[in-house]
Design a binder for this molecule. Structure first.
Ligand code: PGA
Length: 244
């Protein structure tokens, strides 16, 4: 895994935005898979700037997001479709029909399974992702693939770990309001990306970054599986890299 350390968050965001711009410029119909969370906020700000000031064109781009809370209405400010629409999509010229959220309206498990299969089939038909960008959870989760003895390869419903519920409770009024389940792409779907960029910022991420880079591959730290991917970079700001 190649590691790229940046002076600060702003530099990291700008650099990764440039990487997305390169992919989209080289292949105007690129398929992207994009993250949510606090880490990519600067990245999206920079992409919007590149679109508005340098005419970066998204008119043929297709975008997926990695995961979504299960059971939150679409218009809930913490839903990932709300996040991506408001922080990125509505500010660039990506056509609505090219935006793929992970969103199932039914709560019935057989409908969820069916939905997940169809979701993976759509990704397969498009040939996987040209570029997948993701943040890193404090417990090493990727998307919402939580540490476990076994990981599920395809898109699925995942119970959230206590660590993720605690970490994400900062976005909700109380811990009780954090959904207990999420839909996430599995590691197999993530591996369909031709290129993966992991991003981490802040000293609170330094320990998990160190662990990922120095551990053997283990499902107890899902991000370590990415050591097996042939084209992956981890981009860090100075603080996240401080234990390296
Ligand atoms: P964060 O989340 O960007 O809010 O730190 C990353 C993650 O949990 O994947």
């Amino acid at each position: 895994m190649k590691v790229v350390t940046h002076e600060n968050y702003d530099q990291m965001s700008k650099n990764v935005a440039q990487r997305i711009a390169q992919v989209v410029t080289k292949k105007p119909n690129a398929v992207l898979c994009l993250p949510t969370g606090s880490t990519p906020i600067g990245l999206y700000r920079e992409i919007i700037r590149l679109h508005k000031e340098e005419n970066l064109d998204f008119s043929n781009v297709t975008a997926f997001n990695l995961d979504e809370y299960f059971g939150l209405p679409e218009e809930h400010p913490q839903s990932y479709s709300y996040y991506l629409w408001n922080r990125l999509y509505k500010h660039i010229n990506i056509p609505k029909e090219n935006i793929h959220y992970i969103r199932v309206l039914s709560n019935k498990l057989e409908d969820v399974d069916q939905y997940c299969q169809e979701h993976d089939a759509t990704i397969n038909e498009l040939g996987g992702f040209d570029l997948l960008v993701d943040g890193i959870g404090l417990n090493g989760h990727i998307g919402f693939n939580e540490p476990a003895d076994e990981l599920i390869p395809h898109t699925h419903l995942e119970p959230l770990s206590q660590s993720t519920i605690d970490e994400n409770s900062r976005f909700f009024d109380s811990k009780n309001d954090v959904p207990r389940y999420a839909l996430t792409m599995g590691m197999g779907t993530i591996f369909k990306a031709k290129q993966i960029i992991l991003i981490a910022s802040g000293s609170h991420k330094s320990e998990i970054v160190h662990k990922i880079l120095h551990s053997n591959v283990t499902t107890q730290i899902p991000a370590t599986l990415l050591h097996l991917h042939q084209n992956i970079e981890m981009h860090l700001d100075h603080e996240a890299a401080k234990l390296l």
